[in-house]
Design a protein around this ligand. Structure first.
Ligand SMILES: Nc1nc2c(ncn2[C@@H]2O[C@H](COP(=O)(O)OP(=O)(O)OP(=O)(O)O)[C@@H](O)[C@H]2O)c(=O)[nH]1
Ligand SMILES: [Mg+2]
Ligand SMILES: [Zn+2]
Length: 362
C-alpha cells in the first residue's frame, strides 16, 4: 500500500520530516477499540497502543488518536504491535458535543468528541422511507461545514418511496448548491454516483442515522459483504446499531471511506459562521434587521421574522434555524463558563501572593 493511497500528503509529510526520531514509521488510524488502535502503514496493518509518554502529554480526550488520524509509531518487536508516539496535527476534524455534556458545564474541554479526522468529503445519507427529515439534514450540514469537509447528500432507498424526485427537489431547496443524489443501494448500478468522488488518496465519511444503509453502500463499493448490515428492527431507536465501531476502509478502485455507526443524538459543536453557511437566505435577510446583533427571535424590526410572516421564509426552516442558533449560543456560553473556575483559581493565587507580600513588609 502506497502512503499516497492512504491519503498521505505534503501537509503531513512536512510535520513528519520535523520529528527528531528518524526510526519512526508513518501510520493511519483505521479503527479504535478501547484504547487499542488499528494502524495502516505502508508495509502492513497492525494493532497497537499509545506510548506512556504520549499519554503523559495528552491533556484532553480529543488529543487521543481517532479514525483518520496520522501517527508516528515504532514496532514493538516482541509481540509485533505498534507503539504510537506522536499524533500529527489534523488537517481538519469532525466534532460533536459528547452526549450528556450539557449537564456538566464546567467540563468544557472534555465535551468535544472527535468523530473522525482528516476527512475531505462527507456523504450525508438519509433514507427515503420513514427516516427522511429535512431538519436533520440541516443539522448534519452544519456539522460538516464546521469540519471544513465538502458535503454531498445521498437519499437512499428510492425503491421504498413513491415520489423520490419531489423529495430531492425539497432537499435541494435547503442545501444551496450541495449535490443531492437519489439512489437505491440495492441496485449496484446506482452506486455509480460515488465514482467521481471516491478518487485515490481522498478520504470520505458516511454520516446518517442507524439503518439508512451506510454499510450497505460500503459493501457495494467494496464488492464484498465485509460490513455487517441489518434489517431495521425494533431495537433501532433504542440505541442498538448494526455498525458499532468507526472503521476506515480502502476501496478497490482507490479512495478511502469511513463507515460510521448511526448517530442517535447529534449535538453540534458549531459556531455562527457554520450556521450562516447552512442558512444563507436567513443570513441575507438579517442584513435588513434593525439591530445588527438581532437574534431573529423577539427583537423589534426583525427582517427574518417579517419574512416568515409574509410567507417569504419557510416556517420550518425558521424554526430549525432558531433551534440550532440557541445550541450554538449555548456552546459559546459553555466555553466561557468553562474558563471561569480557572480565572477564579488565578485570582485566589494572586490574592494569596499579595497577602504574603504585605505580611513580609510588616
Ligand atoms: N429497500 C432498500 N433497503 C435498503 C437499501 N439500502 C439498505 N437497505 C437495507 O436497510 C437495512 C439497514 O442497512 P445498513 O447498511 O445496515 O444501515 P447502516 O446505516 O449501516 O446502519 P447502522 O450501522 O446501524 O448505522 C438493511 O437491511 C439493508 O439491506 C435500499 O436502497 N433499499
Ligand atoms: Mg452500518
Ligand atoms: Zn432579525
Amino acid at each position: 500500500m502506497q502512503l499516497n493511497d492512504l491519503g498521505w500528503n505534503e501537509f503531513f509529510n512536512n510535520q513528519f520530516k520535523g520529528l527528531s526520531n528518524k526510526d519512526y514509521q508513518i501510520g493511519r488510524i483505521a479503527n479504535v477499540q478501547k484504547g487499542n488502535y488499528l494502524v495502516y502503514s505502508q508495509q502492513e496493518e497492525l494493532w497497537g497502543k499509545t506510548s506512556g509518554g504520549f499519554l503523559h502529554r495528552t491533556a484532553k480526550p480529543s488529543d487521543l488518536p481517532v479514525v483518520g488520524d496520522w501517527v508516528a509509531f515504532s514496532w514493538n518487536i516482541g509481540d509485533h504491535t505498534a507503539v504510537i508516539h506522536k499524533l500529527l496535527e489534523r488537517k481538519n476534524k469532525m466534532v460533536r458535543s459528547a452526549a450528556g455534556s450539557r449537564r456538566e458545564l464546567s467540563q468544557a474541554a472534555a465535551a468535544e468528541q472527535v468523530i473522525a479526522a482528516n476527512v475531505d468529503q462527507a456523504f450525508i445519507v438519509s433514507a427515503l422511507d420513514r427516516d427522511y427529515n429535512l431538519r436533520r439534514i440541516e443539522r448534519y450540514l452544519t456539522l460538516v461545514y464546521d469540519s471544513g469537509a465538502t458535503p454531498v447528500i445521498i437519499l437512499n432507498k428510492a425503491d421504498l418511496c413513491s415520489d423520490p424526485f419531489d423529495i430531492q427537489q425539497e432537499v435541494e431547496s435547503i442545501a444551496f448548491g450541495v449535490p443531492v443524489y437519489v439512489i437505491s443501494a440495492q441496485d449496484q448500478s446506482e452506486l455509480a454516483v460515488f465514482r467521481d468522488y471516491l478518487t485515490p488518496g481522498k478520504t470520505s465519511v458516511l454520516l446518517g442515522s442507524s439503518g439508512v444503509g451506510k454499510s450497505t453502500i460500503i459493501n457495494k463499493l467494496l464488492g464484498s459483504d465485509r460490513q455487517v448490515t441489518h434489517e431495521i428492527s425494533q431495537h433501532v431507536g433504542k440505541g442498538m446499531h448494526t455498525t458499532t465501531t468507526r472503521e476506515l476502509l480502502i476501496l478497490p478502485a482507490g479512495g478511502i471511506i469511513i463507515d460510521n455507526p448511526g448517530m442517535r443524538e447529534l449535538q453540534l459543536l458549531a459556531d455562527e459562521e457554520d450556521l450562516e453557511q447552512t442558512f444563507p437566505e436567513i443570513e441575507e435577510l438579517a442584513g435588513n434587521c434593525r439591530f445588527s446583533d438581532c437574534n431573529h427571535d423577539n427583537e423589534p424590526g426583525c427582517a427574518v421574522k417579517k419574512a416568515v410572516e409574509n410567507g417569504d421564509l419557510d416556517e420550518g426552516r425558521y424554526g430549525s434555524f432558531l433551534k440550532l442558533h440557541r445550541e450554538v449560543d449555548f456552546i459559546a456560553e459553555r466555553e466561557i463558563k468553562g474558563f471561569k473556575p480557572v480565572e477564579k483559581d488565578m485570582q485566589r493565587k494572586i490574592k494569596n501572593y499579595q497577602r504574603h507580600v504585605v505580611q513580609k513588609r510588616k
